[in-house]
Design a protein around this ligand. Structure first.
Ligand SMILES: [Zn+2]
Ligand SMILES: [Zn+2]
Length: 646
């Protein structure tokens, strides 16, 4: 008998050579029907692999990342078989699962595979899948593996096999198809019920442009047709919500080739929106006891050598700025922390002065490869809503709770309701790779876990994920399309206080090191606004949106009354504008809908006579006629609903 430990900690005995599928069936037949892959002692295996020793078994369904990986990798095998049926001379190379689906890279020689072939590939794929062919692994000697692919003149597989160790080489068979493969498959092809060939693109063998160009065929597959339909709908919606597209339509930001790639230019509406976000956080931070500081965009190279950032961002980032003095070198700042350490060093503190909380909307610069740049989410210059808290170890607990409160307030005010948190702690088996003494680490890790519990966060603890200089808490936010984004980080740091020799005088009159907390609820203004745009589809919360009201006079006659309404709104600090174009009202309404302005006010004869406004709400239509005062309080009420007091 062997002892199998399941993820919930329970241990069950099975006869030797039981398979993961046997274990699944032992749990329940219903569960077993959904199990598609497995790992044993953290190693991926087949659901049909006989288990011969004690160990920990995890069974995966399509809902698990590992399950999807096996599903999509298995789909790549089926795709390769389908490709071969139309292109018998194609040479197969590699076919991995990716984040959303899979691809297979093939050398088609002189032949071409294009979009018009997708349909027949999908049909063939499903025909193969319906055959319910099992995937089975077998070991092959290096010599046999090489001889097979040499016979096929497949130099790619030969190259792959040459880098493998004899004894470790396996083939995977399904129906009449064989491929070199390490394993990790679903039980049979019949589980794949839906497929879509998404795209075809050129790709160099091993990503090296000196090598042959291959054809990469991308696909995605699902265990249910409905899931594919939903996925494709989601992609359509994501396209509509792409922040690069919305940023242009709403005139928030742009990029200029002349200024340089990855360097966003904020347009008036975007700059105003960004200031509102900053002011919103500044107000909350003021209440939470933060003090604003300002520091320059550059610093002496030595500063970053001291902080250790030069090692991380020096060689591969923007290079040093020279001055007429030969021996002088400055760097664009990649991080604000070193500057804030020197702000702390301005004067001596006693324990009674702590915590000090220095905040800055600090712009930092990091060189990213041009291929890595993406809208506002990957840029070369961005502004962090940065702050550094310097406190005593005993204050960590409360400080952490307070920072979590602030982060939750930010998320709540911006409509992010679905999020999880991750606490990253030390790898307990490798304690010597961390700096700082074990006691203070213990205090910090406990402080984070306590704070996360106390605040009722849905969190996981990841051992070994902490930085060498301290544990941290990260927030993962799910957007309206179910995509996860990492926003908001709180990080404890024992390293910088030491490197910058930061001290305070304790109650014992001795000199002590403060603990430093880095935190940024938004992360960066650029990335946050991108995520917010995609989350809201450009329909920002009323308190934040660029224009709250647009007045649409139905003819020139009512311009004067419109101006009067505008003045009343502006006096109440409502952001409004008038559409004075001589367009038809229907056209003005349509344009206002596109620009996503929450309230449209129609002004005609009746309204001018009665001193009222007829209001349409974006996405809802007519909501009735109001006096100007009523309309103003309606807006204020709506603002208060999303923007609560901190
Ligand atoms: Zn495989
Ligand atoms: Zn920092």
């Amino acid at each position: 008998m062997i002892k199998i430990t399941l993820p919930d900690g329970s241990i069950k005995e099975f006869v030797e050579n039981s398979t993961p599928m046997d274990v699944a069936k032992n749990i329940s037949e219903g569960f077993a029907r959904n199990v598609i892959s497995a790992s044993f002692n953290k190693k991926t295996i087949e659901t049909s692999t006989p288990l011969t020793t004690d160990g920990s078994l995890v069974l995966y369904t399509f809902n698990d990342a590992d399950g999807k990986k096996a599903f999509w990798h298995s789909s790549a095998h089926v795709l390769a078989e389908a490709i071969l049926s139309f292109y018998p001379n194609a040479k197969l190379t590699i076919g991995p699962a990716i984040e959303n689906g899979f691809y297979y890279d093939v050398d088609l020689g002189e032949e071409v595979l294009s979009e018009k072939d997708f349909d027949k590939l999908e049909k063939k794929f499903l025909e193969i899948a319906r055959g319910k062919h099992g995937f089975s692994m077998r070991s092959v000697s290096k010599a046999n593996a090489l001889s097979l692919y040499k016979k096929e003149n497949n130099e790619y597989k030969v190259e792959l096999i040459e880098n493998l160790t004899d004894g470790d080489i396996t083939f995977c068979d399904h129906s009449n198809f064989t491929d070199l493969c390490r394993g990790g498959h679903i039980p049979n092809t019949g589980i794949i019920k839906a497929v879509k060939i998404m795209n075809v693109a050129g790709a160099y063998w091993r990503g090296d442009e000196k090598n042959n160009q291959l054809t990469r065929v991308y696909g995605v597959s699902f265990p249910k047709q409905k899931m594919l339909t939903e996925y494709l709908e989601l992609l359509e919606e994501a396209k509509k919500r792409d922040h690069r597209k919305l940023g242009k339509e709403l005139e928030l930001f742009t990029f200029s080739q002349k200024v340089g790639a990855g360097l966003p230019l904020w347009l008036p509406k975007g700059a105003a929106l960004r200031s509102r976000l900053e002011n919103f956080l500044k107000a909350a931070q003021k209440k939470a006891g933060y003090e604003m500081v300002m520091t320059p965009h550059i610093g002496q190279k030595d500063l970053y050598v001291t902080s250790g950032h030069y090692e991380k961002y020096g060689e591969d980032s923007f290079q040093a700025i020279k001055t007429p003095k030969m021996d002088e070198e400055f760097l664009l700042k990649p991080m604000n922390c070193p500057h804030h350490c020197e702000v702390y060093n301005f004067k001596p503190y006693s324990y009674k002065d702590l915590p000090k909380r220095f905040a800055e909307f600090g712009t930092v610069y990091r060189y990213e490869q041009s291929g890595e740049l993406h809208g506002l989410t990957r840029v070369r210059g961005f502004t962090q809503d940065d702050a550094h808290i310097f406190c005593t170890p005993a204050q960590l607990d409360q400080e952490f709770k307070d920072v979590i409160d602030l982060v939750l307030y930010v998320f709540g005010s911006l409509g992010f309701e679905d999020f999880t948190a991750q606490v990253s702690i030390r790898d307990m088996k490798n304690l010597d790779k961390y700096i700082g003494d074990a006691d203070t680490w213990e205090i910090a890790e406990q402080a984070i876990i306590n704070a996360a519990k106390d605040k009722g966060l849905d969190f996981v603890i990841e051992e070994g994920e902490a930085a060498f200089y301290g544990p941290k808490l990260d927030f993962m936010v799910k957007d309206a399309l179910g995509r996860s984004w990492q926003l908001g980080t709180i990080q404890v740091d024992y390293n910088l206080p030491k490197r910058f020799d930061l001290t305070y005088t304790g109650s014992d009159n001795q000199s002590h090191r403060p603990v430093m907390i880095h935190r940024a609820p938004f992360g960066s203004m650029e990335r946050f606004i991108a995520v917010l745009l995609e989350h809201t589809g450009g329909n920002f919360p009323l308190w934040l949106t660029p224009d709250q009201v647009i007045l649409l006079p139905i003819s020139d006659k009512y311009q004067k009354y419109s101006e009067k309404v505008l003045e009343s709104l502006e006096n109440s600090e409502i952001r409004a504008l008038v559409d004075n174009r001589s367009e038809k009202t229907g056209r003005k309404i349509r344009d206002a809908e596109v620009s996503k302005i929450p309230f449209m006010v129609i002004v005609g004869e009746k309204e001018a006579e009665n001193g009222t406004v007829s209001v349409r709400k974006h996405g809802e239509g007519d909501i009735g006629t109001f006096t100007i005062e009523e309309f103003i309080s309606l807006i204020k009420e709506e603002e208060d609903k999303t923007l609560k007091k901190f």
